[in-house]
Design a protein around this ligand. Structure first.
Ligand code: NAG
Ligand code: NAG
Length: 461
């Protein structure tokens, strides 16, 4: 506890200084932006999408001319789920295509309610094969969920409204999730572990068979790694690079596999990058991916890591505060029980005295107090509350600065270069993932495991 306090106190004094510096920086950037352009910072979609940059083959960035890409938003839902929040999306011209798992009368539906979103995504690729927009975004029906990053407010509306469609076109296939915590740094899949039970990943021991059945190959990559959760965006060309009949093959597999529904659906979380990119590992560096894909640019790896530390600090403080508050509630409850007991005893004694015709004098209940201990607790609580407030403020300011920085094209170009990392990147010391396997086109994974943030995770369902 004391070392935690010491740590937190150091952080506190740093924070004040840092947030002041950041505020000054933020104001300066803001003024510059206002000076150079009359664009509103908050109204992203139209203007910013229009000026998104793409990198052409000779390595030069340019602003593309011509119309915006056409977009389908494929929402995988059950008939009970409410996805009416999609009306708040602001991507110009986007068409919403709901796919319903459990209603074969719905205009778009799964052949069978099996395999979760994977079944519906494949059905969409199959059904729309000859009628695809430039970009297809495929998501679950929930607007708020732990599947979406904390930095993106865990909100699908925020994510999609900030998604850089030009970047999706450039990369051709993107995982909407960025953090490595589930799927890249930890909980990647080792396909050779066919006999080992894994509580967090019941699908791991089925992966080899699933992969073989879906792709009809013998030489299976040992490691499959990509951020979790199966929410993706794919360019038309990539969808068409897979023969139409292959989607049917995947649908048939999902329909006929003996694997439980939830497991078969989850095996696909680890296979989309292979289907579209022939990569077994696809883990872009987090801060670069945020910058390029969502225009939240912290300025570099170190600054991003600092933000993560702040988030972890916030979590720790929240945990501590919760504990203090629970203690407080508990002692309140204990107190009221003691009082009640005292009153009951008094009543009994009074009745007895009446029976015995004796005089009875009530003793008032007196709370035993340890004032020093109580004051210490109160001080602790106040201190934690103050601390939490300043950490939250620092988080807010840093994010706002990152958003402003990300709205400037040249910043994105500078920070987002080499999405998968390079030698100069600080902290790329340990390559946790093995070199690419013999499978053709298997992607290399750069970056470190430890730096990947696990804070966005949660209990899987
Ligand atoms: C199934 O879809 C049809 C057509 O959209 C609709 O009329 C019907 O109410 C739906 N059934 C359920 C149970 O949602
Ligand atoms: C995958 O698991 C096997 C054991 O089944 C182990 O020998 C191998 O080292 C693991 N691969 C990696 C990259 O961890």
């Amino acid at each position: 506890m004391t070392s935690f306090l010491r740590q937190a106190r150091t952080r506190y004094s740093n924070l004040n200084r840092n947030s002041r510096i950041l505020l000054i920086f933020f104001s300066a950037v803001f003024m510059l932006l206002c000076y150079y352009s009359s664009r509103e910072i908050q109204s992203y979609p139209e203007e910013i999408i229009e000026q998104h940059v793409v990198k052409s083959s000779n390595g030069v960035y340019k602003i593309p001319k011509g119309p915006l890409p056409s977009v389908n938003l494929v929402v995988a839902a059950t008939s009970k789920e409410d996805y009416s929040w999609v009306k708040d999306l602001k991507v110009p011209g986007m068409v919403v295509v709901p796919y319903i798992a459990d209603n074969t009368s719905a205009p778009h539906h799964a052949v069978k309610n099996k395999g979760h979103e994977a079944m519906m995504y494949h059905q969409y690729f199959y059904d729309f094969y000859d009628n695809l927009p430039d970009i297809s975004i495929l998501i679950h029906s929930q607007q708020l969920s732990w599947h979406v990053e904390q930095l993106l407010d865990q909100s699908m509306i925020f994510s999609i409204n900030h998604l850089d469609l030009r970047e999706v076109q450039r990369r051709q296939f993107v995982n909407l999730r960025v953090t490595w915590g589930i799927g890249c740094s930890t909980l990647s899949i080792n396909t050779t572990k066919v006999t080992e039970e894994s509580g967090n990943q019941p699908e791991q021991k089925e992966m080899q068979e699933a992969f073989r059945a879906n792709f009809n190959i013998y030489d299976i990559p040992e490691i499959l790694a990509t951020p979790c959760c199966s929410q993706i965006a794919v360019k038309k060309e990539k969808i068409l690079s897979v023969p139409k009949e292959q989607y049917k093959h995947h649908i048939n597999w999902l329909e006929n596999t003996h694997l439980p529904d939830s497991i078969s659906g989850r095996t696909w979380e680890h296979m989309w990058q292979y289907l579209f990119m022939q990569k077994s590992i696809d883990c872009p560096l987090e801060h670069k991916a945020y910058c390029r894909l969502y225009h939240i640019c912290f300025g570099g790896r170190e600054q991003y890591d600092e933000w993560i530390e702040l988030m972890q600090g916030r979590e720790k403080l929240e945990r501590e505060l919760r504990k203090v508050r629970e203690d407080e509630e508990k002692s309140k409850a204990d107190l009221s029980i003691a009082q009640k007991k005292h009153n009951e005893e008094q009543k009994k004694k009074e009745e007895q005295a009446k029976k015995d015709k004796k005089e009875f004098k009530k003793t008032e209940w007196k709370q035993e107090k340890n004032e020093a201990a109580e004051n210490a607790k109160k001080k602790m609580k106040e201190w934690l509350e103050e601390e939490l407030k300043s950490v939250k403020e620092a988080i807010r300011v840093r994010k706002e600065v990152a958003v402003v920085r990300g709205s400037v094209e040249s910043n994105r170009v500078a920070e987002g270069e080499d999405l998968y990392g390079d030698e100069m990147e600080p902290g790329v010391e340990a390559k946790i993932l093995p070199p690419p396997t013999t499978t053709k086109g298997a992607g290399g994974a750069e970056g470190t495991g430890v730096r990947g943030s696990g804070y966005g995770g949660g209990v899987r369902i």
